[in-house]
Write a protein that binds this ligand. Sequence first.
Ligand SMILES: [Zn+2]
Length: 272
Amino acid sequence: MHSLGLSSTHPSWFATRSIGQSCENRPILLHFTSRFAAEPGGTLLIGGMHGDERATVLLLLSFMDHLRPGEQSPLPPRLGILPLINPDGYLRNTRANARGVDLNRNFETGWSAASEEPPGAFPLSEPESRALRDCIVTQRPERIVTLHWALGELDADGPQSTSLAEAMWNALTPQQRIPYRLRLSDSRQVSPSTPCPGSLGQWCGEGLRYPDGTAPAIVTLELPHAPHLPRPLSLPEDHLEQLHRAWKRDARAYLKAVEGPVHAMLRAAYGV
Ligand SMILES: [Zn+2]
């Protein structure tokens, strides 16, 4: 299904369609349950917005492979999975897309030409961000989880996202919480979420309103820096280089260590 060397057994209750194409005409694939297709709402899981954050893609594919309908709910949940928004970046192992744009700075809300990461010539200048925007405004998911690597946090954008973030946090044991921190954008939080200009989180959390006036809950799930260590209060300047070196050394061990807790959080995200 994926032409990028990604394998997944795709349980038969997932259908697949393309929501659009990348700059270099690679399809952006949505895997979804029939109930997700039949009505608006449900939960949308997103990975691979930054092409070099491979763990986000591989964990969503493994999540699909592990999913089974629960005993109490014989029908699959309303669930859509976009494991790889930025296929060109994945192929190049770059954060940006093929035109050098950081897709997570290319959305409308708070978009800034002065963004530290290249934001594109104008909001939604990139086909990948437009495809994702169209998918969200058409499907109107109630909950969105977008995976990134690797600040070790659950970051909720907008007050409507608090209960989703808390449900995901509560799915973890105290031990599993060690490499993460919880950031809510409401007054109960000591370290509130800092908006990233033009990010998907900022658009969904603050800019987007569905026709009925509601907004989706959105949580950015930043995978851990190191699976078993407490998240450092401040990350070293060569944080990303360190991560890439560790990933090259032993990607399999990293995935094995983070998979269980991540799957538990994703199950909680569609169960709430
Ligand atoms: Zn990222």
